[in-house]
Design a protein around this ligand. Structure first.
Ligand SMILES: Nc1ncnc2c1ncn2[C@@H]1O[C@H](COP(=O)(O)OP(=O)(O)OP(=O)(O)O)[C@@H](O)[C@H]1O
Ligand SMILES: [Mg+2]
Length: 262
């Protein structure tokens, strides 16, 4: 089942002579539970694609389907609701309100969703526990370290129990140990909770941990490797019904019901 699909997706910025075609026709099918790395050089269109997939921006041409619904046919209110309920974001530009407490930052998506005060706090504390920051709930966000801030962003992304987490360079500004911890956290959500993970990264190791790497070049998909599908394909390709050496003929099929036509 595809959770997100695109057809002929194009995005241009500016007009006339200053027009820039950032995406030039992207066709993608992302399955539920997949982990997908979007990689490519700076300026190739990764974040632009991520914003379109997450319904944070509209394409100039083409379609985005979410769970089989075509986004351009949905009303703005429905899109906002869908985004808030089904998606979580770990984006550097959606950073926290640094003057507010960690808890208030994590609670925000639940507030938007209209969850009651007590329930909000309970769920936010659970999310903070998952990222091992429940002891910092009352701290001001500005007093946290870089890695802790990033983990608060993950707590906020998962507090609504989303189907998809979008992460744009989640380990970009972190030292390698902290980055690894943030990375492990994202993959545990993918593996244990079945959350689809879509991550833009320059980090080769992080990209290789994903089921699939989509390489973007100049606004187009240059390559799309799907490890899980490749593994499945090689399993299927294993010879199970080899011709017999003696006769050269295929062995008789087993498990064929008596009387069934062959
Ligand atoms: N609002 C905008 N107005 C004009 N051009 C833009 C705008 N946003 C992005 N672009 C251009 O579109 C191209 C793709 O940008 P995008 O942010 O998707 O790149 P990226 O692959 O994420 O790069 P990076 O790795 O540096 O984050 C770039 O050439 C960029 O300058
Ligand atoms: Mg970017």
């Amino acid at each position: 089942m595809n959770i997100i699909a695109t057809r002929g997706l194009k995005k241009s910025y500016g007009k006339k002579s200053s027009r820039f075609d950032a995406l030039k026709g992207i066709n993608l099918d992302i399955k539920e539970g997949e982990s997908v790395a979007i990689i490519g050089k700076s300026g190739s269109g990764k974040s632009t694609l991520m914003h379109l997939l997450a319904l944070l921006d509209k394409p100039t041409e083409g379609k985005v389907g979410i769970n089989g619904q075509i986004s351009s046919r949905l009303k703005e209110r429905k899109i906002n609701k869908l985004r808030n309920r089904e998606f979580g974001f770990v984006f550097q530009q959606f950073f926290m309100n640094s003057n507010d407490t960690v808890l208030n930052n994590v609670v925000l998506p639940l507030k938007i969703a209209g969850v009651s005060g007590r329930e909000r706090k309970k769920r936010a504390m659970e999310a903070l526990k998952t990222v091992e920051l429940d002891d910092k709930a009352r701290s001001k966000a500005r007093n946290l370290s870089g890695g802790q801030k990033q983990r608060v962003c993950i707590a906020r992304a998962l507090v609504n129990n989303p189907k998809v987490i979008f992460a744009d360079e989640p380990t970009g500004n972190l030292d390698s140990n902290t980055g690894k911890r943030v990375e492990d956290l994202l993959f545990s959500l993918n593996v244990n909770n079945g959350i689809t993970l879509i991550v833009v990264t320059h980090d080769q190791d992080l990209a290789e941990r994903c089921d699939r790497q989509i390489h973007i070049k100049d606004g187009l998909i240059e390559s799309d490797s799907n490890r899980r599908e490749k593994e499945q394909a090689s399993e299927v390709a294993l010879p199970t019904n080899r011709p017999s050496k003696k006769t050269g003929s295929l062995p008789k099929k087993r498990n064929v019901k008596k009387g069934a036509k062959q």
